[in-house]
Design a protein around this ligand. Structure first.
Ligand SMILES: NC(=O)c1ccc[n+]([C@@H]2O[C@H](COP(=O)([O-])OP(=O)(O)OC[C@H]3O[C@@H](n4cnc5c(N)ncnc54)[C@H](OP(=O)(O)O)[C@@H]3O)[C@@H](O)[C@H]2O)c1
Length: 281
């Protein structure tokens, strides 16, 4: 048996994801660094290889806005690695205008939640005993009033970026709770708030108006991406996250999420609706 520990990190080409991949490579993981843009992904792989001697990292092409791409990525991992020990669902965005994914889902929900839902469920039969799944959420989930299951695609109400983002980050925690119940062999799932991090997030024209101004003004007070990766790395590797699956973490400590994020009925409803939407039931 090989001692290889395999990790998959989404959104690994920049920001928190890149620093998470680097940290895992430093700890000896073989890391699949998932990125939607091949050139950016290759540059990130080279960056980690340049900074971590002997790093075992490789690019995984993954566009979470395409279910076909998610399926291809899961198949590529399975073809190359016998088991997955760690999955960090890190990629995420906020959009000021309503957009749709290749499959017709509202993009914030489609990318931040549904793409990761499908990736996770497809990889589940490759999960090693004691697998850890780390889902990047946000304190922004507290701004959500709860998921509107009658309009998950936000086609019936005026679109606003922040509420769409808050709902998607609530979905990340609800998904974590229902996943925690389904992992076998001592596997755990946790959700993470990384802190307020000076990354590419909300900085490249994806979001406009007051929020963009806030991000600019807050820049000097924000964490570096390396510090922003600390809670993800802690939950991915520390013994104190090996048990009590389904928790929400901030500053490398468990934290109680909003009441809406503790709603197990909503978590189960989200699981079955997601299965139906991505066709993985
Ligand atoms: N930054 C913060 O203050 C903060 C706070 C709370 C939570 N978070 C969460 O932390 C996570 C990482 O954020 P970050 O700050 O590191 O942001 P970032 O620098 O903007 O990185 C986001 C990553 O997600 C990728 N991504 C976006 N759309 C994708 C798609 N369709 N398919 C595949 N990958 C896609 C991006 O790829 P491209 O480079 O190709 O766009 C990038 O690699 C997110 O889930 C975010 O919600 C961040």
């Amino acid at each position: 048996m090989s001692n290889e520990r395999v990790a998959v990190v989404t959104g690994a080409n920049v920001g928190i994801g890149l620093e998470t991949a680097r940290g895992l490579a430093q700890q000896g993981y073989r890391v699949f660094m998932a990125a939607r843009n091949e050139a950016k992904g290759q540059a990130a792989v080279a960056d980690v290889q340049g900074s971590v001697p002997g790093a075992q990292v490789e690019l995984l092409k993954l566009d979470l806005a395409s279910l076909a791409s998610v399926r291809a990525a899961a198949a590529a991992v399975k073809a190359k690695a016998p088991q997955v020990h760690l999955l960090v669902n890190n990629a995420g965005l906020i959009l000021s205008e309503r957009q749709e994914t290749e499959d017709g889902f509202e993009s914030t929900f489609g990318i931040n939640h549904l793409g990761h839902f499908l990736l996770t469920t497809l990889l589940m039969d490759s999960f090693a005993p004691g697998v850890r799944v780390v889902n990047l959420s946000s304190e922004a989930h507290r701004m959500s009033k709860g998921l509107d299951f009658d309009d998950l695609m936000r086609s019936r109400r005026p679109y606003q970026g922040m509420p769409a983002y808050a709902d998607s980050k609530l979905a990340n925690i609800l998904f974590t709770r229902s996943l925690a119940k389904r992992l076998k062999g001592g596997g755990v799932a946790h959700a993470v708030h990384p802190g307020v991090v000076r990354s590419g997030f909300a900085a490249d024209g994806d979001v406009k108006g007051a929020f963009a101004v806030l991000v600019k003004l807050g820049g000097p007070f924000m964490l570096t991406p390396a510090k922003g990766a600390r809670t993800s790395l802690h939950v991915a590797t520390s013994p104190d996250a090996a048990t009590d699956s389904g928790r929400y973490w901030a500053r490398s400590k468990p934290k109680r999420p909003a009441r809406a994020a503790q709603d197990d009925a909503a978590a189960e409803q989200l699981w079955s609706v997601s299965e139906a939407l991505v066709g993985s039931a």
